[in-house]
Structures are given as C-alpha cells and as structure tokens.
Write a protein that binds this ligand. Sequence first.
Ligand SMILES: *Cc1c(COP(=O)(O)O)cnc(C)c1O
Length: 397
Amino acid sequence: MPTSYPVYLDYAATTPIDPRVLEQMMPWLTTHFGNPASNTHAYGWDAEEAVEKARAQVAAVIGAHPKEIVWTSGATESNNLAIKGAALAYADKGKHLITVNTEHKAVLDTFAYLQTQGFEVTYLPVNAEGLISIEQLRAALRPDTTLVSVMAVNNEIGVVQDLAGIAALCVEHDVLFHVDAAQAVAKVDLHIDRIPVDLMSFSGHKVYAPKGIGALYVRRKPRVRLAAQIHGGGHERGYRSGTLATHQIVGMGAAFALAQSEQLTETARVTQLQQRLWAGLTEALPALYLNGSAEHRVPYNLNISFAGIEGEALMMSLQRLAVSSGSACSSASLEPSYVLTAIGREPQLAHSALRISLGRQTTEADIDVALDEIITQVRRLRELSPVWDSQTNTLIA
Ligand SMILES: *Cc1c(COP(=O)(O)O)cnc(C)c1O
C-alpha cells in the first residue's frame, strides 16, 4: 500500500480480500478452471465440489441447510431476487408489502419499482435511535400483506433491529420475512433457529471476500416460492441462471467460515477500538452527537455529527483518513443522508456527519491517527465557523 494512502476506516463500504481467502481462490482461476455444471469430466466435478463446500460454509453461519443457499452477484441482486421474486410469486395471495424507510437503496429502489407494478408498500418510520417499533409493524400488517423486509444492521448508522421480535410477529401472521444481512455477518446472531426468517441476503465484499459475489438464503421448510429474475439454463434450482463463478464462490465460502471462526475474538477487539475512539472524541470535543442507538449497535460503526461545521469542509480536511459522510452511495449528492433525516437529525447536523467503520486491519495506531486528525480538524473548522463561539465552545444561537 502506498505510504501516502490514508488510514482506511470505511469497512462498511467494502473490505479488502483477506489474504487467506485469496490463497484459496487462486487455483480456481487457473488450473482448476472447470465449469461446475460440466458433469462429464474431473474439471467440472472438482469445481462442483468446491462450490458445494462453499455453499455449506455460508449455510453454516446461519444454521441453514446448504441447499437453501442460492449464489448471486451480491446483496443487491439477492435483495432484488428476494423481494421481487416473493412479491410476484405470492401476488395471488396479496399485493401489500412492508419495509422500513432506512433500508439500503437496493431494497428501497426495488420496492419503488414494485409500486409501479401494482403493489402497495408501507414504509415504516424509525425512532430517534434508528429502530422500528414492533407495535407499528403489527399495526401495518393487513390480510393482503405477503412480505416484510427489514435489514439486520444499518449500513450508515450501524444499528441492529430486533430481528427475533419481527420474525416472531411474521410467523404469527403467516407473512414472509426477508432480511438484508449484508452488514451483519459474524457481527450479530443470524441463526435461523433463533431468528426464523424466510429469506436473507448476503454480500461477499463486506466480509473480506471479493466484490461481485453474494448469496440468498431461501427457506425450504416451509418452502418459499420465488419468481426467478434471471432466466437461462436453470442453474441454482431455477432461481438464478448463469455459470457459477467458482473462484468467487470459493472466496465467499472461505471468508464466511473465517469470519464465523473469528467472530468472538474480533468483536472483542473491535469493541475496544470503538470505545477508544468514542472516548477520545468525547473527551476532546464538545457538541458531538452519536447517530443511531448507542445500545443496539455493532462495534464496527460510529456515525457522528459535529455541531458548528460543514460536512464537506470536514471531509476535505481529513486527509489522513478514508471515511464516509453518511453512505458511500449518497456521498456524490449534497442531499443530507435520508437515514440521518429519518432519525430526526436537522439538516446542519446531518450534513456534518462522519461514518467511521472499523474492520479486520484496524489497529490501535489507526484509531490514534483518527483521533488526532478529527480533533485537530474539527477544532480548526470551528475556529473559522461563523456559527461557533470558540470562547464558550458552543453554537451561537
Ligand atoms: C453493501 C450493501 C448492499 C449491496 O451489496 P452488494 O454486494 O454491493 O450488491 C446491500 N445492502 C446493504 C445493507 C449493504 O451494506
């Protein structure tokens, strides 16, 4: 890595491939290049065996049967297949769907599309903590509701929804439950014995596997029907056609197995780093605000707003850090993040938010660089700010 590169604290946007994962992928790109669908020779048989081993590794993270895992190109495609696939397959039963207004765009845009196709969608609000209310969900359920979709861990603010509570309600009302778990693998409990979901989306590149690979869990008992969204060849039990990318799949399996085996030690390690960062910032700087629940959140994320300064100016001045303002997807536009707006942040504070996301290569030294950089720059920008009183260290009313 060039020494001029900033400290990477944007693991919620993407992660590097773990070298241990890459090592397992390499043979499947060169000598072991067979098509897993070729059933007449060893090239194909070996590739198929590797694909099935990886399927079992992904299934093991949530206690599923390997046959319940469908390979896709990423969580965007998994969300599309789950939501459109289920909405269409159950349209004879009803055309009402429920989701949450802080979901990832891959979910929200898919529901918006379904609204153009005659479906009705209820978007649940979240409270100031970023969490939905089970009672509001209960009230939104109708006889013609077929699907509820709620993410496990929010990609911008890191909050964890009450999946077990939502799942229990969906079981009680015989409604399908889909979870976008792209940010949740090896971070929160996703075991289907405790969280009986019907559909769950995963992404490789959020878990130290390559970009361009993902998976969808599709419950077999009771069987969930899905209308395929990609046709041709009938791969993946007809749910998702296309030649399987063996090397990507092997990488995702290896990465999920690794993340699962290291979950406890890694969570403990990152929790310490998060606490070091939060304590350092709150000791040095007044008027900063944690976005999202302090209690129901993963240790891998801190999303913080700083009173009295402009987000753009802050981002530009943090030259030693690679962090995000809100979500990577919306950082091209100057609209305040819809997630921060949904938790009730006023525009000025929403605009001054930083998403700092920690990961496998984050060290204590990285946190100390982040502390030094953020404290120095926030102080400097507040000195220059017309709305900040540096004598009293408060906003000018
Ligand atoms: C990254 C992400 C996605 C999209 O995943 P891709 O594999 O990049 O398509 C979907 N949902 C959430 C919550 C994410 O964080």
